[in-house]
Design a protein around this ligand. Structure first.
Ligand code: DX5
Ligand code: ZN
Length: 227
């Protein structure tokens, strides 16, 4: 039975492995799963669309082997259509591309769906919601970046709250049950504002994977803030 975002808990919390201890990735994934996260967020970066290089399909496949949680793959890469098949093969349940990364977003979303994956469209802080209006009926998820993409541990951009609201209005206006995911600087202080603005999926990197607190404690704090 293929994974559906509509069946995922709301709100849902997704740890980003970008800020995990990659030398102990299996352990980090297991701790996240035991703590009760809803899905795993994998930030793929190519050093061209964003000024950082992270990992590719091989790591997605390794994570696939170590958990049955849904894999939420965020492609921060140029011309993502070149690799959608490989990430689907590697075990992605959700594949999100950036509206700024290809001229043919509509076709790339169709390509994601043709591989049986849930489709997401992401917009950078400088990109308006209007840029993806035509795609809302086609996607399962809109990802509103709340930092400039490329690195974990950055500060949340509060001016994105209004954009989350705009995305919620645009989705409700099309009467579709598309999820809104936010990514970047989400922690116990910022998650409730993002929730109130209409987000229902939360990517958490440094607020979940940090050496000071066990992940179960950090997750509890986050869940309490949006209860
Ligand atoms: C930015 C990355 C980060 C990461 C989350 O490109 O996508 O947002 O997932 O990192 P934190 O939660 O530490 O901002
Ligand atoms: Zn991400």
């Amino acid at each position: 039975m293929a994974f559906s975002l509509q069946s995922l808990a709301s709100p849902a919390i997704a740890p980003s492995i970008l800020t995990a201890d990659l030398g102990r990735l299996n352990h980090e994934i297991e701790s996240a799963e035991q703590a009760g996260v809803d899905l795993i967020h994998l930030d793929v970066m190519d050093g061209s669309f964003v000024p950082n290089i992270s990992f590719g399909p091989l790591v997605v496949n390794a994570v696939r082997q170590s958990t049955s949680l849904p894999l939420d793959v965020h492609l921060m890469i140029e011309q993502p259509e070149r690799y959608i098949g490989e990430f689907a093969e590697a075990g992605a349940d959700v594949i999100t591309i950036h509206s700024e990364a290809t001229l043919h977003t509509h076709r790339a979303i169709q390509q994601i769906r043709s591989h049986g994956c849930q489709a997401g469209i992401a917009i950078n802080p400088g990109t308006p919601v209007s840029a993806i209006h035509e795609l809302i009926p086609l996607v399962d998820l809109v990802l509103v970046m709340t930092v400039n993409p490329g690195f974990g541990g950055q500060a949340f951009l509060p001016e994105m709250l209004n954009k989350i609201l705009m995305a919620r209005y645009a989705i409700d206006a099309k009467d579709t049950d598309v999820r809104i995911e936010v990514d970047g600087g989400i922690n116990a202080d910022t998650i409730s504002d993002a929730r109130e603005s209409g987000a229902d999926m939360f990517v958490c990197g440094s607020s979940l994977f940090n050496p000071e607190h066990p992940i179960s404690e950090s997750l509890q704090l986050l869940r309490k803030a949006i209860a």
